[in-house]
Design a protein around this ligand. Structure first.
Ligand code: MN
Length: 428
């Protein structure tokens, strides 16, 4: 487990950069998340670390050679920890490196963020038992959870090409749908467009094909975590998903936050992982003392919706949901160990989606599918507007925070995406 604490996590640590010491910042010196940015006057994509309202250009301080994030991600654990140490030392108050590091800063407001790395293979899991149960109830009231759920970390292989970075807009997808009473399906814009509140987990060290990653080493193969919105077209999904699972209902767009919060930055926010009384214990290959002790990660998650009317009125939107990643039924280490138990090789830059992260309470649904009970009970917003599913112009914003007494809080910045009208001119 990545629970090792060092001086980079100390709550008293401050930076010579004032904006990093603002109590409201999600990006204090204890965070140091990695991303890729592009300057206005330059087409290159560079690796940076967010600090306060600035970005430290790692190449300009000689901490990376080129601009290949995936090369940095695949470094052994100790090398990644050493880079974090070097960044922390250069940025802290009183550092003899202040002049050199300060010359390598660029304002976040002056750059465009890109996806944080070249994403390899993408696997989406289903690790929230609360989500699996509420959604299962809509389809199978008598047996909402399928019998494999408490034994197998369920997942499917998704598509990486349509994953984009926060700030994106995408067109409402077209697809085949069929109303229950209709004789035949029709092609048209999805009318049940949904978001999914997830975290994305990035792989670092690859394993060789045929080589299993045991629980004890699983987190050495993890680079870090970002926010992830797995937009889903429920009407397309309902018609296509049997027998092979989701396909075009999922691969039209997904949105990632630009900063990967490293597994090392998350060390102070680990929590015990427990199965509820009466539930089966994980099979031995999915179990370890470290996983029981600290396998979960305490990340408070939020979903905000900004309708076009709210946007026009200058409102930042309204919070629809709060949940916590620590409520997931399977941990990051279990996802890695399970994914490789058959010898499947993971590569640096591969992405795991956690699956929709709903909490135990009914108002903690991680998608409108749950919050609106399958669209039957639309969500009522404070401006009187209702939503069963997303409408054109809606912006969905995911946020994430880690807090613990005795430590500096860190955040994930935001993951924002907007639904544009379907492009229907050419399909008829
Ligand atoms: Mn998903």
């Amino acid at each position: 487990m990545s629970t090792h604490l060092d001086d980079t996590h100390a709550a008293g640590l401050t930076s010579w950069l004032d904006s990093a010491n603002d109590p409201a910042t999600e990006l204090p010196i204890q965070n140091l998340p990695f991303g890729r940015f592009r300057r206005e006057d330059d087409n290159g994509l560079w690796i940076g670390v967010a600090i306060g309202d600035q970005i430290l250009d790692l190449r300009r301080v000689g901490l990376v050679q080129g601009a290949q994030m995936n090369q940095l991600m695949r470094l052994p654990r100790e090398a990644r920890v050493a880079i974090r140490q070097a960044i922390s030392h250069g940025l802290r108050a009183g550092s003899p490196e202040e002049a050199r590091f300060s010359a390598a800063l660029v304002a976040q407001s002056d750059v465009e963020m890109s996806l944080p790395c070249k994403i390899g293979d993408y696997t989406d899991f289903y690790t929230s038992i609360h989500y699996a149960t509420t959604v299962g109830k809509q389809f199978r009231p008598d047996y909402p959870l399928l019998p494999n759920y408490k034994w197998v970390p369920i997942g499917y292989h998704g598509r990486a090409s349509s994953i984009n970075v926060s700030g994106q807009s995408f067109a409402r997808p077209l697809g085949q749908t069929k109303a229950p009473e209709a004789d035949a399906p029709t092609l048209g814009p999805s009318r049940r467009l949904d978001y999914e509140l997830e975290v994305g987990i990035f792989i670092s060290r690859p394993n060789i094909i045929g080589e299993r990653i045991p629980m004890s080493a699983a987190e050495d193969h993890v680079f870090g975590v970002a926010l992830f919105n797995d937009w889903s077209a429920r009407d397309i999904q309902g018609w296509e998903y049997q027998p092979l699972g989701p396909f075009l209902s999922k691969n039209f767009a997904s949105t990632l936050s630009p900063w990967i919060v490293t597994i090392d930055a998350l060390a102070p926010f680990r929590k015990a992982f427990n199965r509820p009384a009466g539930d089966p214990q994980p099979l031995p290959y999915l179990d370890s003392p470290q996983n029981r002790e600290a396998g979960a990660i305490d990340i408070e998650l939020e979903v905000w919706l900004q309708t076009p009317a709210m946007q026009q009125a200058g409102s930042p939107g309204e919070r629809l949901t709060r949940s916590n990643y620590a409520d997931a039924y399977w941990t990051v280490a279990q996802m890695v160990a399970h994914h490789t138990v058959n010898g499947c090789n993971l590569r640096a830059g591969d992405l795991f989606g956690s699956g929709t992260l709903s909490g135990p309470a009914p108002d903690q649904g991680g998608s409108p599918l749950e919050l609106s009970h399958g669209g039957k009970q639309p969500i009522r917003l404070s401006n009187g507007v209702t939503r069963a599913f997303l409408e054109d112009g809606d912006t969905v914003i995911l946020r994430g925070y880690c807090q613990r007494d005795g430590f500096s809080g860190i955040g994930f910045a935001e993951c924002r995406g907007t639904v544009s009208p379907a492009q229907i001119e050419s399909y008829m």
